[in-house]
Design a protein around this ligand. Structure first.
Ligand code: CS2
Length: 493
């Protein structure tokens, strides 16, 4: 079978949408750090729509670690397929907005050169929560993070996202080029403010003058990004190749739903992403809370409890009526009262749509994938909500069941005694704490509450929280996840 590329674009199956602009005329206006599946199914698609009207906003995308995406897409001239799947079927579209991919560790100077070029007006990021090298509980730069230690020692050859951004900004500052806008598209709380805090601190450590310039001149608008994008499987590749009529080494598979809410703060200009459905607002925070707490909070809860019960995907977990009841209860009783949405927002229909999205039978979104990096995700997905509930003297039983399931998960041993492949930057430390606790729920909870990067200083002191987690964990050990969820949901409703 032919390979997808510029040369074969015209031969693709007629039903496949493809770039309607001349890719040779596209200039680079955006450098994107972290060219994973999410970026390719989200921002790159919005930008593809814009390029048909405005050729200034092509994307140069960088992988910060692995050459895998480069190896897959370079022979395809950066082209790849987005497959949108639901029970209604599948539709394919070839995206052309990524003109080039750079593997940062192999070409750091070249990447920095493009970031520092005056035509680059936005540096966007999807580097996942851990890519910001911050303390998840406080949002402050972790100055002992190995990548930060490396970059502070060798600031002209950085490997972290903050290191790359600040070095590119330094080069711009040195020659009087205005800074680019830093556009974070990761699921962090107040993501713009968090990235700004991290960048200012890192810059200060390099040079106090640079720190002040970053503080006063660099815009870091917050965003709420939303689209479910499970990891691509070989089955996806084979199926998509057949429909496309060409082999695509790395297509991405996603759902029909997509949302992007952006704070409108782009001093150097921006693409008209609103023409393709992005919403520009003055305050993203309410939308971000809604999404992180309802969608991602439920996702993580389903991931840990689902994995422990042997459910491989979110849709499988949602097919268990008790799990669905748990998600309804979590969203309606515990999360919704903590949200402060602008007038006119329809939270009820957002939640209804979410349930349907979780049940999408055409997406094989693995619980194991969502369970990754829990130490970085728990604070904004569950613990912020817990704090608000405690402040209101409201119930936290479902939230704490999710936290307890995470604790059970990071022990690294599942309910059948098999190993769990726990992927988390803190995995080794969490495992040591779990081993020390043995199989006592109370000891395990106690050991893990003491990880202040996750729980902060306040939650471990609040008995309403610690007791509820410990009780839930005791149930998980005694009865397993499936029965615990069934019993919890029948007594709570
Ligand atoms: C998921 C998210 O993997 C995860 O942790 O919760 O990637 C989720 O699918 C997206 O945030 C949806 O917008």
């Amino acid at each position: 079978m032919k390979r997808l590329s510029e040369a074969t674009l015209a031969d693709l199956s007629v039903a496949v949408r493809r770039p309607v602009y001349d890719r040779a005329q596209i200039a680079t206006g955006i450098v994107h750090l972290g060219v994973g599946a999410f970026h390719r199914a989200h921002q790159a698609v919005y930008t593809d729509d814009v390029l048909a009207r405005d050729p200034r906003w092509g994307i140069v995308a960088a992988s910060l670690r692995s050459p895998d995406t480069y190896d897959a897409l370079e022979p395809q001239n950066g082209l790849y397929t987005v497959s949108v799947r639901s029970k209604a079927g599948e539709s394919l579209r070839v995206i052309g907005s990524i003109s080039r991919i750079i593997v940062a560790p192999e070409a750091v100077d070249e990447l920095l050169g493009i970031m520092a070029h005056p035509a680059t007006r936005i540096v966007s990021l999807t580097v996942t929560e851990k890519g910001y090298c911050h303390d998840p509980a406080t949002g402050v730069l972790n100055e002992k993070h190995p990548d930060i230690v490396h970059d502070l020692g060798e600031p002209r050859r950085p490997r972290s996202a903050p290191g790359l951004i600040v070095e590119a900004l330094r080069r711009r500052h040195a020659v009087g080029t205005p800074p680019f806008t830093v556009l974070t598209c990761d699921n962090l709380p107040s993501n713009g403010r968090t990235v700004k805090r991290v960048l200012v601190r890192y810059a200060e450590l390099i040079d106090s003058d640079l720190g002040r310039w970053v503080e006063s001149e660099v815009a870091c608008p917050s965003t709420m990004v939303d689209r479910i994008v499970p990891a691509t499987t070989d089955e996806d590749r084979a199926r998509i190749g057949q429909i496309l009529g060409a082999r695509d080494a790395w297509p991405v598979v996603t759902e029909p739903f997509t949302q992007w809410v952006i704070e409108d703060d782009f001093p150097q200009g921006r693409p008209a992403w609103e023409v393709t459905g992005a919403e520009f607002v003055t305050d993203v925070e309410p939308f971000e809370h809604m999404k992180l707490r309802l969608l991602n909070g439920s996702h993580s809860t389903l991931a840990y409890l689902g994995y422990l019960a042997g459910y491989e995907t979110v849709a499988e977990a949602m097919a268990d009526p008790a799990y669905e009841r748990l998600v309804h209860g979590l969203m309606d009783e515990e999360v919704t009262p903590t949200l402060h949405m602008p007038p006119g927002s329809d939270i009820a229909s957002y939640k209804r749509a979410l349930i349907e999205r979780f049940k999408n039978p055409a997406l094989k979104h693995r619980t194991w994938q969502i369970a990754m990096d829990g130490s970085q995700k728990l604070p904004q997905r569950l613990l912020g909500t817990v704090r608000d509930c405690l402040r209101n003297n409201a119930s936290v039983h479902r939230l704490t069941l999710g936290v307890a399931a995470w604790m059970r998960y990071v022990t690294g041993i599942d309910e059948t005694g098999a190993q769990i492949d726990v992927r988390d930057p803190m995995a080794a430390r969490l495992r040591t704490l779990a081993d020390r606790a043995g199989s006592s729920a109370e000891r395990l909870a106690g050991e893990l509450f003491a990880v202040r990067e996750i729980f902060g200083d306040d939650l471990p002191k609040d008995l309403r929280f610690t007791d509820a987690v410990t009780v839930a964990l005791t149930h998980l050990y005694a009865k397993g996840a499936k029965r615990t969820v069934a019993e919890f949901t029948s007594t709570l409703s």
